[in-house]
Design a protein. Structure first.
Length: 173
């Protein structure tokens, strides 16, 4: 928006200022120097201003900016989920980190040469990312999955057991 100039640039700069305010407060919540309840109160004003700016942006005279503002307003409730729901981040950094190994693998290996190869890679990348998020050993899981396949049994579950869930909860606390 800023690079489009004119009213679009003014709008983009105002939205950017609100984002900087929001991240200031968010980082304080994350590092424990601001209570979540206080953060929710501070976010009321930021949300009001961002939505006011988006409403104004729908008629700013720059078609691309107007479209972005309309689309963001359609998602207004989802934009603020991180304020309401503990554990939800305001960015998609965790998702990007989870898929990064797949992106690097694809670039370094030139991809696959068959639909079956593509499905195998998709499945393996999903398994590895899931196990890493659960802090489970990937090699142990794959060894157990191969042993189960040789026996004609089902692969072990990717859903963590009760003990694994308790371990995750302790690590997160």
């Amino acid at each position: 928006m800023i690079e489009r100039g004119g009213r679009s640039a003014e709008l983009g700069e105002a939205l950017q200022a609100q984002a900087q305010r929001m991240f200031h407060w968010w980082h304080r919540v994350r590092d424990g120097t601001l209570k979540r309840s206080s953060f929710r109160v501070y976010m009321i004003l930021i949300r009001h201003e961002v939505e006011r700016l988006l409403e104004a942006g729908q008629t700013c005279g720059v078609p691309q900016t107007e479209g972005v503002c309309r689309e963001l307003l359609k998602l207004r409730e989802a934009l603020w989920t991180f304020v309401r729901v503990e554990g939800v981040e305001p960015t998609n950094n965790a998702a990007e980190r989870a898929i990064r190994p797949g992106v690097l693998w694809r670039k370094g290996s030139f991809g696959t040469h068959s639909p079956n190869g593509s499905r195998f890679v998709e499945a393996m990348m999903t398994v590895v990312a899931t196990l890493k998020q659960q802090q489970r050993n990937v090699l142990d899981y794959l060894t157990a999955a191969c042993a189960a396949a040789l026996r004609g049994d089902s692969a072990p579950s990717l859903i963590p057991t009760g003990a694994e869930l308790r371990k995750l909860m302790r690590a997160a606390a």
